[in-house]
Write a protein of this length. Structure first.
Length: 333
């Protein structure tokens, strides 16, 4: 497989669809570039490149799934998501994991070769740990062990007889990891790297902020599972300004989607700048990040989308406040 895009080009493409999270984009781009190099075998025969699966840590609604979906679309790779919580709730973990690979194969149109180069995103892996004061949850630990085999790379025989090798499949895990900051505050006090003359401050800050495998072990992941996730990057809470940009800037921004929807009926949509700030402010109050933006925007548009089909004379919709009725401009008769 050829290495089609450089890391900088991958980041540039991600920027078209995902707002913010620059450090995570850069880390993902470099990891993907290395992954493609590994698949292409573009190193001396004596050197074997090992697979580097990725762990994305960040609050809900910060864009973990969106980053992975966009990445797969940019690279034209089959992509599936799985929920670690659902895996932990089933008695037949092996069957559920096989179902994930089946879905990946379906996304590849039945092409096993393409499926074996796909991306699997396993969300909420932080839920695979025990509650405070208890031993590790048996179900969560069993899921971690079950995921280990396919994450490190192994041929898996599906029930229909087909064989899929997971060696080249990239696994990206995600989770909020609530409480990890408390662990970092305590453990990094002892492991802090001091500044010396001539040291690069940015590099030192990055090293000091780095999440170590021991932090993940203390959080509740088993050593083998944490060891299969050598690349760890963090996504940060979205600010109000970033939420406003998410509403308006990406190629498939919510605002642009509704503009296109109304344009099909010959209607232009104009939303004043303060409205986006009001929507972003509500999203922050809801504490669901970008996930709540669409719901708020759609609720604002309900009356508009109800009226337009029945009133073909409407040519423009103007919304000046989230808390005021929209203005429907009718064409002169």
């Amino acid at each position: 497989m050829s290495i089609a895009l450089k890391p900088s080009e991958i980041v540039a493409r991600l920027n078209e669809h995902v707002v913010g999270q620059e450090a995570a984009k850069k880390t993902l781009a470099v990891a993907i570039y290395g992954h493609f190099r590994r698949m292409a075998g573009s190193t001396p025969e004596s050197v074997e490149l090992t697979k580097s699966n990725i762990l994305l840590i960040g609050p809900t609604g910060t864009g973990k799934t969106l980053l992975c979906e966009t990445l797969a679309r940019i690279l034209d790779l089959p992509f599936v998501t799985a929920d670690a919580t659902s895996l932990a709730q089933t008695q037949f973990v092996g069957d559920e994991i096989e179902a994930i690979l089946h879905r990946l194969l379906d996304r590849a149109g039945g092409d096993i070769g393409k499926a074996q180069c796909g991306i699997v995103f396993v969300d909420e892996v932080d839920k695979l740990k025990a509650a405070d004061g208890q031993s590790r949850a048996t179900s969560g630990e069993s899921v971690q062990h079950a995921l280990l085999k396919i994450m490190e790379g192994a041929p898996v025989k599906l029930k229909d007889g087909r064989l899929i090798d997971t060696t080249q499949i990239l696994f990206i895990c995600g989770g909020a990891f609530v409480g990890l900051d408390h662990i970092l505050t305590r453990t990094h006090t002892f492991g802090f790297i001091a500044t010396q003359g001539g040291d690069d401050q940015k590099i030192l800050e990055r090293l000091n902020a780095r999440i170590k495998p021991t932090d993940l072990l203390e959080f509740g992941l088993i050593p083998e599972f944490a060891g299969r996730l050598p690349i760890v990057t963090r996504l940060h809470d979205l600010t109000q300004d970033m939420l406003v940009r998410i509403l308006t800037e990406p190629k498939n921004a919510i605002y642009r989607q509704f503009q296109a929807m109304l344009a099909a009926d010959g209607v232009t949509l104009e939303v004043a700048a303060p409205v986006f700030e009001q929507i972003a402010g509500l999203a922050i109050e809801y504490k669901a990040g970008a996930r709540s933006l669409r719901g708020i925007f759609e609720e604002m548009m309900v009356d508009v989308l109800y009226a337009v089909p029945d009133r073909p004379g409407i040519r423009q919709v103007v919304i000046r406040s989230l808390f005021e009725p929209p203005q429907l401009v009718v064409a002169d008769s």
